[in-house]
Write a protein that binds this ligand. Structure first.
Ligand SMILES: [Zn+2]
Length: 138
């Protein structure tokens, strides 16, 4: 892949009626996830209704603190705007067992391990108005 291709803009999210509150909150710097208004279960990715009880969903701010559940390092560039060597992780948030978010970890791959504590920040997606969670080592 040439340097020009590596500099292309990354793909931007395409919010739908269910995910739009996530992207709106993220754009304002807040990591908010879907939570059932009835049984209080967190759910990500969001669904129209609670997976557990069918209750109504609302988005609530989360701490952004969690641990690396699993991760890979992309050894080749597969997506424009994301160079080789990035850490792509499944992070389990402290709010609830099994509440996991797929996101980049902005760290040296050699320092990332399963169970490592991380914390989220919201980072711009290329030059778009969108922001997405990116984790850093805690
Ligand atoms: Zn529920």
């Amino acid at each position: 892949m040439t340097g020009a291709e590596a500099d292309l803009e990354p793909p931007v999210p395409v919010p739908d009626v269910v995910s739009e509150p996530f992207w709106t909150a993220a754009a304002s710097g807040v990591l908010a996830l879907a939570r059932c208004s009835d049984c209080r279960q967190w759910d990500h990715p969001p669904q129209e209704r609670c997976r557990r009880c069918g209750g109504r969903i609302a988005f609530e701010k989360v701490s952004g603190r969690g641990t690396v559940f699993s991760f890979i390092v992309n050894r080749r560039q597969f997506v424009p705007g994301h160079p080789a060597g990035e850490v792509i992780a499944l992070v389990e948030l402290e709010e609830q067992q099994g509440l996991r978010l797929a996101a980049l970890v902005d760290a040296d791959p050699a320092e990332v391990t399963i169970g490592r504590a991380v914390v989220a920040a919201l980072a711009p997606v290329g030059h778009s108005e969108f922001k997405a969670p990116v984790f850093r080592l805690a």
